[in-house]
Design a protein around this ligand. Structure first.
Ligand code: GAR
Length: 199
């Protein structure tokens, strides 16, 4: 049985993962609709790109914090997701820790992409951590979001090699190529009910 996923996408940056998901929908590979795109930064590229596709693109009120949102701003985010009838929340380069208002409104319904092979290299700029550690394999992970940081149940991973002479930029670019395949692939599985997720 196929479900048409109703997605709300949150991102803080340029939005290349959002684009890969939207393109997969437009090609007919993924049965989903992006109902709204939201960012914690009014200038974020992801909002511009969402507008380019004619999708609702909303900037959240400015936060005083760097790593989380005030509860009232997260509640406003939830209100907006519900207003747009979102069933699944997609963190596509969203750089804040998700707190109770969102976790409780969407239990087991929030997916994140992280640029490492979790549980290795949680946190910021995971590709730099991988380079510093001298590993020969890096990659990306799509996982469910819980109250921990980069800790929820892993839904899929893709590895990429670390090559001799890699810089932070070249490694992140290789990981991002893998991300752009992995995230839509996991969402296709979700829409086909091929992922075991608690409800
Ligand atoms: C991606 O590499 C994503 O894995 C990472 O931010 C980038 C966003 O790129 N997310 C995290 O580090 C979350 N902990 P994008 O804006 O081009 O999609």
């Amino acid at each position: 049985m196929m479900t048409k996923l109703k997605l709300g996408v949150l991102g803080s940056g340029k939005g290349s993962n959002f684009v890969s998901i939207q393109e997969s929908i437009l090609k007919g590979d993924l049965s989903a609709e992006i109902k709204v795109v939201m960012s914690d930064h009014s200038e974020a590229g992801i909002l511009e790109r969402a507008r380019g596709y004619g999708l609702p693109a909303i900037a959240l009120p400015k936060s005083q914090f760097k790593t989380k949102l005030e509860p009232e701003i997260e509640m406003e985010m939830v209100r907006c997701l519900k207003e747009h009838q979102v069933d699944w929340v997609i963190l596509a380069g969203y750089m804040r820790v998700v707190k109770k208002p969102l976790l409780e409104a969407y239990p087991h319904r929030i997916l994140n992409i992280h640029p490492s092979l979790l549980p290795a290299f949680k946190g910021l700029e995971a590709w730099k951590q991988a380079l510093a550690a001298g590993v020969t394999e890096a990659g990306c992970t799509v996982h469910l979001v819980n109250e921990g940081v980069d800790e929820g149940e892993i839904l899929g991973q893709q590895s990429v090699p670390v090559e001799i002479g890699d810089t932070a930029e070249s490694l992140h670019a290789r990981i991002q190529k893998a991300e752009h395949l992995l995230f839509p692939e996991i969402l296709v599985k979700l829409s086909k009910n091929n992922l075991r997720i608690n409800s």
